[in-house]
Ligand binder design. Structure first.
Ligand SMILES: O=C(O)[C@@]1(O)C[C@@H](O)[C@@H](O)[C@@H]([C@H](O)COP(=O)(O)O)O1
Ligand SMILES: [Mg+2]
Length: 169
C-alpha cells in the first residue's frame, strides 16, 4: 500500500472528547484499549504512527509512551504544517499519510492526506471533508476501526490479523 505513515488526532478520536477536571487542577481523559490493538496491527506492518493534538498533557505523553507511538506532537496549532514538516523529515508526500481527525483543527490535514477519515461523532460538515466516515465514535475504538479499514482497503487486514494471532498463540 502507498500509505507509509498513519497520523491521528487525539481528543474526539482516541477519546469521546471528554475532559474531566477536578477542583485541584487534575485533568483526566479516558482511552479505549481497542485502539491499542490498532497500534499493534500497524506495528506488524512496520508503519509508524504519529499523534498530533492541539492539547498538551502528560496523559497523552504517557499513553503514547506505553504504546510506543513513534511520533508525538502536542500543543499544535497548525496540524497540516506539523504533518508536512514530518513528511519532509521522512521523505514522504502527504499522499503517503493516512489521517483521522474529528474537528475544525483537523480539516486542512484531512484534505491533504492520501486517505482520511472522521469518527461517527464528528459533525457532518467535518465528515464531508474526510474520505471515510467511521461507524465508531471517538473513544469507542474509532482508531482501531480506522486501522482495520485502512488495511482492508489494501487487502492486508486478514494476513496482518493472522500474524498478530500467531504472535499470541
Ligand atoms: O475544548 C477544548 O479544550 C479545545 O477545543 C480548545 C482548543 O483550543 C484546542 O485545544 C482543542 C484541542 O485541539 C482538541 O484536541 P485534539 O482534538 O486532540 O487536537 O480543544
Ligand atoms: Mg480532535
Amino acid at each position: 500500500m502507498h500509505i507509509k505513515l498513519v497520523v491521528t488526532d487525539i481528543d474526539g478520536v482516541w477519546t469521546d472528547g471528554g475532559m474531566y477536571y477536578d477542583n485541584t487542577g487534575n485533568e483526566f481523559k479516558k482511552f479505549n484499549v481497542n485502539d491499542g490493538a490498532g497500534v499493534l496491527l500497524l506495528k506488524k506492518l512496520n508503519i509508524p504512527i504519529c499523534i498530533i493534538t492541539g492539547e498538551k498533557t502528560e496523559i497523552v505523553r504517557r499513553r503514547a509512551e506505553k504504546l510506543k507511538i513513534e511520533y508525538l506532537y502536542q500543543g499544535v496549532q497548525n496540524k497540516l504544517s506539523k504533518a508536512l514538516e514530518l513528511c519532509q523529515e521522512l521523505g514522504l508526500t502527504p499522499n503517503e499519510i493516512a489521517y483521522v481527525g474529528d474537528d475544525f483543527n483537523d480539516v486542512k490535514l484531512l484534505r491533504q492526506a492520501g486517505i482520511s477519515a472522521s469518527p461517527a461523532n464528528a459533525p457532518a460538515y467535518i465528515q464531508q471533508e474526510a474520505q471515510w466516515t467511521l461507524s465508531k465514535k471517538g473513544g469507542e475504538g474509532a482508531f482501531r476501526e480506522f486501522v482495520e479499514k485502512l488495511l482492508a482497503h489494501f487487502d492486508l487486514l486478514d494476513e496482518t490479523v493472522k500474524k498478530v494471532l500467531d504472535d499470541f498463540s
